[in-house]
Design a protein around this ligand. Structure first.
Ligand SMILES: NC(=O)c1ccc[n+]([C@@H]2O[C@H](COP(=O)([O-])OP(=O)(O)OC[C@H]3O[C@@H](n4cnc5c(N)ncnc54)[C@H](O)[C@@H]3O)[C@@H](O)[C@H]2O)c1
Length: 438
């Protein structure tokens, strides 16, 4: 099939390369000229395990093409996927300006039947908005061209995006016409044949499913963070409680880690956007407001542990930070806990020595160079620091050389925002160790 993917970010690039891998001809379109030029030269703009070989092999075999010109793909494709960003507005609602911009561009140039698919996460009802925009543009052009708008939300996780795309848990398709239904079935046939469940539903339910899924996961995280605070008060251990409840198949182990709360480009904005949708429909989103609030508080809860240890005086203290990206195996810094924590500590006069395996370049754009130094080695970053702060649980931090850590730090203090060590063991090793909910 011939497909155009508009927006070559975490979702668009993985989707485009993944569909090309299945044998489709895919045009990936982005307004970012540098990104497209780099991709043509084999430079992948994001860190995502397994993405580079997938993009390169499909590009060199001619199934994956990159361009800044929408028409280059559009005029050759029956299917157009919109995968541009939907960042939050000031009031928390999803900003649809990029999605709407692309819909208008499609309508201005389409010359025959198209299926326009929203891969971007868009509020319930956006499919109707896109449909109306395209109709209006076509009327302006004096044309009557058939088209269908389909919702096909993406559930991939950064850090595992390639495997998630190629082997998804499920595929959701929200479609209101039989013609589009048949084409979508064909598009996802290779997945269905591999046993991936494909759920076909109306467009509104599909749009709702994406938000409900992300908000459910965010709710689990905030719930566990709240329980972790109580654990500390009563002397229980949240990591044991997690195992105790997660082994119940009705609950399951995923998304039950207490820590620094959720970050990234999806959960924070999607929770806020769904809150807004509730309010627009005159329903009080009691649960989601608490989820959002608890998440915000959790970072402060951790910062207060650090401040408490130093009796609120961290002026001229030096802290080494392990992990800057919002989660392991990505270079994405959007809404990362490191931003809140590092900025707070710097404001109070501390100096930061920062290490991350892949996110330093993106982090530098956020933090600049004032009162922060970046390192490309997890041990060099520790030298002469007053404490180690663990913000992102990269796998390599799990079994470090504790003797070396102790030798390099001024004082053997670890603040662990991700509960990756066992408190008793760290005590035996001579560390003053602080974690969450234990
Ligand atoms: N990142 C994730 O893990 C993830 C997972 C599932 C769903 N989503 C959703 O997918 C959407 C995209 O997210 P992302 O993280 O890939 O975003 P991103 O910011 O990484 O990429 C968006 C891209 O769209 C491009 N763009 C903007 N306007 C354009 C236009 N008019 N024409 C062409 N390109 C344009 C930007 O230059 C950018 O490269 C969002 O709605 C997000 O909520 C993201």
């Amino acid at each position: 099939m011939n497909i155009t993917v508009v927006g070559v970010g975490y979702v668009g690039l993985v989707t485009g390369a993944g569909l090309a891998e299945m044998g489709n001809n895919v045009w990936c379109i982005d307004v970012d000229e540098r990104k497209i030029e780099n991709l043509k030269n084999g430079i992948i703009p994001i860190y995502e395990p397994g993405l580079e070989p997938l993009v390169k092999s499909n590009y060199y075999q001619g199934r994956l093409k990159f361009s800044t010109e929408l028409c280059e793909g559009l005029l050759n494709s029956e299917i157009v996927m919109i995968a541009v960003g939907t960042p939050p507005n000031e009031d928390g609602s999803a900003d649809l300006k990029y999605v709407i911009g692309v819909a208008k561009d499609i309508a201005k140039h389409m010359d025959n039947y198209k299926i326009i698919i929203t891969k971007s996460t868009v509020p319930v009802g956006t499919g109707d908005i896109i449909e109306n925009i395209i109709k209006e543009e076509l009327v302006k052009r004096g044309l009557s061209i058939d088209f269908d708008v389909v919702s096909n939300p993406e559930f991939l996780k950064e850090g595992e995006a390639v495997s998630d795309f190629l082997k998804p848990d499920r595929i959701i398709i929200g479609v209101n016409s039989e013609r589009a239904y048949n084409i979508m079935k064909d598009l996802y046939l290779p997945f269905e044949r591999n046993g991936v469940p494909v759920f076909i539903m109306d467009r509104l339910s599909s749009e709702m499913t994406k938000y409900a899924a992300n908000c459910m996961l965010a709710t689990r995280i905030s719930f566990m963070n709240e329980i972790s605070r109580l654990c500390e008060k009563v002397g229980a251990d949240i990591t044991k409680v997690k195992l105790g409840i997660g082994s119940d198949p009705r609950i399951g182990m995923s998304f039950l880690n207490a820590g620094l709360g959720y970050g990234g480009s999806c959960f924070p904005k999607d929770v806020k956007a769904l809150i807004k949708t509730f309010e627009e429909n005159n329903i009080e989103p009691k649960i989601l407001k608490s989820v959002d609030e608890t998440n915000k508080e959790q970072r402060m809860f951790f910062i207060e542990k650090i401040l408490g240890f130093y009796k609120n005086d961290i002026k001229d203290k030096t802290f080494s930070v392990w992990g800057l990206s919002f989660k392991p195996k990505t270079d994405d810094m959007r809404e990362a806990a490191s931003i809140t924590i590092i900025n707070y500590l710097r404001e109070k006069g501390a100096f930061i020595r920062a290490y991350d395996p892949v996110a330093i370049e993106n982090a530098r754009l956020i933090f600049g160079n004032e009162n922060i130094e970046y390192f490309n080695d997890e041990y060099k970053v520790l030298k002469g620091s007053d404490a180690l702060i663990i913000v992102t649980e990269w796998p390599q931090f799990r079994e470090p050389d504790f003797k070396l850590i102790k030798k390099l730090l001024n004082r053997p203090v670890i603040f662990d925002g991700r509960n990756i060590y066992i408190p008793e063991r760290l005590k035996e090793l001579g560390f003053e160790y602080f974690s969450i909910g234990r």
